[in-house]
Design a protein around this ligand. Structure first.
Ligand code: AMP
Length: 623
């Protein structure tokens, strides 16, 4: 087994950490970044870009750049249909009704896109640690349902990880924030890019117990951006009569500028948005110039931010606590940097939120601590998590029969006895559902299976035991058994958000192949850059030496350079490497003959190379 890392797979940014002797530390990329944008893009050539490079090219390639994929994880298309216009890429409904993404005629499931992010994080971790990373603890919002957890686990598997645990983000934050000794009650208020979560925890001598958790998987910083975008576009329209939403590129530019403005308004009272050449009007190019004040932003976003407070109240009540019993409020997620968020939280809880933790890193650090617990490095901590939503089965008339109540500590197991609805019924269908509604509609269907071979009997006589079992990662296993015949059937509920295990395996192979293809591509990029340098040097020699050199040598070098130029455009790396060597050697001997000075050339060559467009290797560069 290789190393285990902790991964905060965020909606907007992801962060990874490892544990050394039980102490967690953030893993930095080669360029020193501590977080990586959770963005994946596909270039026209079908190359994959991940992280900062993907985010940087979003404006010019909006249709093929996927951000906030976490919002689609394990979701039905119908659940996200209202948000399809919030993103520039195409969200589609796949054959089983789940939300997916179409890029250049290929449909990707959300776990596949997330796996690309995870693969890049794995690569970064391996580079940083200098050893293979095989296992991971991946965090999810506490309010993620079963399908969303399974989808996250599937993404990890596709990326080549053994997912040791799917951990709730607030629990991870508490692990990183609180010293295990003593007795504490705390609230973790987590407001990120795509989701809001609030959890109430109690820590008693190293035992972390989540008492209650609540949230909204469709409320995050992205929604605040949308409010700003809508306002900017409507202002622009009323001033110029131009509707920017119809344009291909403008909405993405406005969204980026709105997000930047929102972040600036956390520090200043007022900020300007300037987007030159945003549209073309009747009399030529039109620019967008607008000033946004913090007051205006608070008016636009206040209602959404306010929505988090009743959830806090409910979570504290669910935990059976009173607000004045709480010792700490920990803020997690980028959106907690917004002054109005901090003000509302402070007013509601009657205390200043803790400032000692970095809201972008605390979850990954907690996940790394959990990895050290799982590997036995730390023995002073125990986690007791809860299941966020009620789980049960559908009974006659479309009514939910709960088997595991929400906020039950996990791992947990519970069973209920059901029976048949008609005489001699030999088959029963078990429909597993998660949610808080008493009727099935409005809850999330997790899967169905049939129990066959029920012994012939009058209706109401057979005793069918349905068992629900949730493991420490919150993954549900359901089984049904006819207690008379012993006949049994079970399912791991909707494994992986619509992906079968053979599909996961296929995607995992593809992902590995893609990683190999990326390596080949990177090698090619450096060979092409090398070829450019050699061609430059040789062309210079050819120019300077035209008079001095004998015709045969000149033509030989010229011929080799021409050959190299052709190979540079091709795909044969071996031939390209050979041709580079040949030209380099030939040029070396010719240069000596005609005394072309290498040192001069070095400067000229690097100037020349700086002026040409380098092919991006997909590496993350510093901001
Ligand atoms: P996370 O999902 O925790 O990475 O949070 C990302 C969200 O936080 C995005 O919506 C960001 O725009 C938002 N965010 C990050 N920094 C700030 C800031 N200084 N002020 C307001 N929002 C921020």
């Amino acid at each position: 087994m290789g190393r285990t890392i902790g991964i905060d797979l965020g909606t907007t940014n992801s962060c990874i950490a490892f544990s050394d002797g039980g102490l967690p530390a953030v893993i930095q990329s080669k360029s020193g970044s501590r977080v990586m944008p959770s963005v994946v893009a596909f270039s026209a050539k079908g190359e994959r870009l991940v992280g900062l490079v993907a985010r940087r090219q979003a404006i010019t390639n909006p249709r093929n750049t996927v951000n906030s994929i976490k919002r689609l994880m394990g979701r039905r298309y119908a659940e996200v249909a209202n948000h399809v216009n919030d993103v520039s890429y195409e969200i589609v409904e796949n054959s089983n009704g789940d939300a997916a993404v179409r890029i250049m005629d290929r449909v990707y499931t959300p776990p596949e896109i997330s796996a690309i992010i995870l693969q890049q994080l794995k690569h970064t971790a391996e580079e940083f640690l200098g050893e293979e990373v095989t296992d991971a603890v991946i965090t999810v919002p506490a309010y993620f349902n079963e399908v969303q957890r399974q989808a996250t686990k599937a993404a990890g598997k596709i990326a080549g990880f053994k997912v040791r645990r799917v951990l709730n983000e607030p629990t991870a934050a508490a692990l990183a924030f609180i010293e295990p000794e003593g007795r504490k009650k705390l609230v973790v208020y987590d407001f990120g890019g795509g989701t809001f979560d609030v959890s109430v925890l109690q820590v008693i001598s190293g035992v972390f117990e989540v008492k209650a958790t609540l949230g909204d998987t469709s409320l995050g910083g992205d929604d605040l951006d949308t409010k700003l975008v809508q306002w900017i576009m409507s202002e622009f329209k009323s001033e110029t009569g131009i509707d920017l939403s119809a344009d291909n590129i403008a909405p993405q530019r406005v969204r980026e500028a709105a997000e930047r403005a929102k972040c600036e308004l956390s520090m200043t009272q007022e900020t300007d948005i300037n987007l030159p050449f945003i549209a073309t009007g009747e009399s030529g190019p039109v620019h967008l110039e607008i000033t946004i004040t913090r007051k205006l932003f608070e008016e636009l976003a206040g209602e959404l931010i306010q929505k988090t407070i009743p959830l806090c109240r409910e979570a504290v009540e669910d935990a059976g606590m009173k607000i004045d019993e709480l010792d700490h409020v920990v803020l997690v997620g980028g959106s907690t940097r917004i002054p109005l968020v901090q003000k509302l939280v402070e007013e509601f809880f009657g205390m200043k939120p803790a400032q000692s933790v970095n809201p972008d890193e605390v979850v990954a650090l907690g996940a790394a601590i959990e990895s050290s617990v799982l590997s036995g490095q730390r023995k002073d901590l125990v986690l007791i998590d809860v299941t966020p939503l009620t789980l049960g089965v559908e009974t006659l008339g479309g009514v939910l029969a709960p088997i595991i109540q929400r906020n039950s500590p996990i791992p947990t197991r519970n069973s209920r006895i059901f029976t048949t609805a008609s005489d001699n019924q030999s088959v029963v269908g078990v429909h597993v559902v998660q949610g808080e509604r008493e009727v099935i509609d409005g809850n999330r269907s997790l899967g169905t299976f049939e129990l066959r071979g029920i012994a012939a009997a009058k209706r109401g006589e057979p005793r069918i035991e349905v068992v629900f079992e949730i493991d420490a990662s919150g993954i549900l296993n359901v089984s049904a058994k006819d207690t008379t015949t012993g006949q049994e059937q079970s399912i791991k509920v909707n494994p992986s958000g619509g992906l079968s295990s053979s599909e996961i395996e296929r995607l995992r192979r593809e992902a590995r192949a893609n990683a190999d293809a990326d390596k080949i591509r990177i090698k090619f990029v450096s060979l092409r850059n090398e070829a450019d340098e050699v061609i430059y040097r040789a062309s210079r020699t050819l120019k300077i030496a035209r008079e001095e050199l004998d015709k045969a040598s000149w033509e030989e070098l010229d011929g080799e350079v021409k050959k190299l130029k052709i190979l540079r455009e091709g795909e044969d790396s071996l031939a390209l490497e050979k041709a580079i060597d040949e030209v380099r050697q030939l040029n070396g001997s010719v240069s000596k003959l005609v005394e072309v000075f290498e040192s001069d050339e070095d400067n000229a060559a690097s100037e020349f190379l700086d002026s040409i467009t380098k092919v991006d290797t997909g590496e993350n560069h510093p901001e």
